[in-house]
Design a protein around this ligand. Structure first.
Ligand code: NDP
Ligand code: 8X3
Length: 256
């Protein structure tokens, strides 16, 4: 990845931050976006120390077309070409059943996980297609493949991401731009803290007695997918911790 340009959304924490460091270690230029600029800058500093050719940050809110377009205009002041786009920004809000679900939670999940992926991809494609190379890596979830109670909107959003990935691969056939989705299961990041709106105890319970994936496990998979030879496209990758045999079948060690 030496001197390649890698754009990562949602790079201020979790998978996005770990992915920035993974690409930094292989000498890439990392272009980082998220809403929390101070956190992004701290990730960029670590990326420089880890060996990034450069690490640049700019505020990005994927739920706004204006913000996405401004972000990509700024990106083009750095580089005319993006080699890898990691559409990672997103997450869940709430675990309410449909009967008591909240409009604002549903709208935000669709805005980030679905429309955000579409917006950022549309704005980035010109920086790939005219160079006849590029790789779009979307971060989906096992929730996009199997539904669970309280997950209707999040599962729908990640199923949307999966179908966007599949449609895009068809649309880009012949352009040499690759399209992949990486769909993790339980991983300990800020995900549950955000889902439960700052309730730390409830968030911690999600990982009780389990050895979940780490952000670094997922970042390593993203980096591996991005570094296959140009004729190889990993279409879809499902990554789960060994304790999670299926979405509802999680092996939890009894408390001692
Ligand atoms: P984190 O909450 O740690 O990271 C989410 C990232 O997305 C943050 O950097 C956040 O930055 C960013 N983000 C959220 N909303 C926006 C927005 N509107 N505009 C720009 N950036 C935004 O969680 P994860 O690292 O776990 O999540 C990353 C992705 O992985 C998500 O798409 C999530 O759905 C998916 N995923 C997570 C799993 C898990 O168990 N952890 C499993 C499967 C998939 P900021 O708040 O600064 O904007
Ligand atoms: C996050 C994984 O199972 O909590 O996408 O929905 S799960």
């Amino acid at each position: 990845m030496k001197n390649r340009w890698v754009l990562i959304t949602g790079a201020s924490s979790g998978f996005g931050a770990a992915t920035a460091l993974a690409f930094a270690r292989s000498g890439a230029n990392v272009v980082l976006g998220a809403r929390r600029l101070a956190k992004l800058e701290s990730v960029a500093e670590q990326a420089r120390e880890a060996g990034a050719a450069s690490a640049s940050t700019h505020v990005l809110d994927v739920s706004s077309s204006a913000s996405v377009n401004e972000f990509l205009a700024w990106t083009q002041t750095l580089t005319p070409q993006i080699h890898v786009l990691v559409n990672n920004a997103g997450g869940a809000l709430g675990l309410d059943p449909v009967a008591t679900g909240k409009d604002e939670d549903w709208e935000m999940m669709m805005q980030t996980n679905v429309l955000g992926v579409l917006r950022v991809t549309r704005a980035t494609l010109p920086l790939m297609v005219r160079f006849a190379t590029g790789h779009i890596i979307n971060i989906g979830s096992i929730a996009g493949r199997v539904a669970y109670e309280g997950g209707a909107a999040y599962c729908a959003a990640k199923a949307g991401e999966l179908q966007i990935t599949r449609a895009l691969r068809l649309e880009l056939s012949g352009t040499h731009v690759r399209v992949s989705t990486i769909d993790p299961g339980l991983a300990e990041t800020e995900f549950s803290f955000v889902r439960f709106k700052g309730d730390e105890a409830r968030a911690a319970k999600v990982y009780d007695g389990v050895t979940p994936l780490t952000a670094e496990d997922v970042a390593e998979a993203i980096h591996w997918v991005a570094t296959r030879p140009p004729h190889v496209c990993v279409d879809e990758m499902i990554l789960k911790c060994t304790d999670q045999a299926a979405i509802h079948k999680v092996n939890r060690k009894p408390k001692t």
